[in-house]
Write a new protein. Structure first.
Length: 205
């Protein structure tokens, strides 16, 4: 009995060490990806959705859109895909507000792909068919730095070759970003184990 207990304790400790190492390595990868900025051209720019306030982009969403607008004006990609749905009670979708903002700032409607989605996986799922119909295979992924690693991983699952271009003016920075990095670490760790599509289905059945 004592021998069984000893082995059980060893297995438990080894499991805890493995989990801590896995999460630690994932956290480092999420952080390192957040600091990358690709200096490349692509077939399209992908903007991940986040909150809008009654038809107006939140500061966080505006930072993403301004980053995408700058890339578009530099000629880095000819198409911008915007994503994000609406919460209960909302009148506007995040993607619709994003498209209106970009169009107001000079992006023609013909250069916009408008999607939807309640999470990162659904965001990609909503625009992937349209982007592929337009011949897009490479993407510049625009989102907050802490969200970049997971966004690119999900984009890869849809067959795209993503490159990071996080929003440099994101209002979520410094110590305020720490909880977001923690959440992303857990989401990436879980997504790698069960699949990002499965994780999305669990969260939004």
């Amino acid at each position: 009995m004592a021998l069984v207990l000893k082995w059980a304790i060893r297995i438990f400790i080894a499991s805890m060490v493995a989990i801590v190492l896995y999460l630690g390595i994932t956290a480092v990868q999420v952080w390192m990806t957040s600091r990358q900025h690709a200096d490349v051209h692509a077939d399209a720019i992908l903007v991940l959705g986040t909150a809008e306030y009654n038809g107006t982009p939140s500061p966080d969403l505006r930072a993403r859109l301004d980053e995408a607008l700058a890339l578009y004006q530099e000629g880095r990609a000819p198409i911008i895909a915007v994503t994000g749905g609406r919460l209960a009670g909302d009148v506007y979708t995040e993607a619709g507000v994003s498209a209106a903002y970009l169009h107001l700032h000079g992006v023609p409607l013909s250069s916009l792909v408008i999607g939807s989605g309640s999470d990162t996986y659904e965001n990609l799922e909503s625009v992937a068919p349209q982007l592929k119909q337009r011949g897009a295979s490479t993407l510049l992924v625009v989102t907050d730095p802490f969200h970049e690693d997971r966004s690119m991983a999900v984009a890869s699952t849809f067959g795209f070759s993503p490159a990071p271009d996080p929003a440099v003016e994101s209002p979520i920075s410094g110590w305020a970003a720490v909880p977001y990095f923690f959440r992303e670490t857990m989401a990436v760790a879980a997504g790698r184990l069960v699949g990002y599509g499965t994780l999305s289905h669990w969260l939004h059945p």
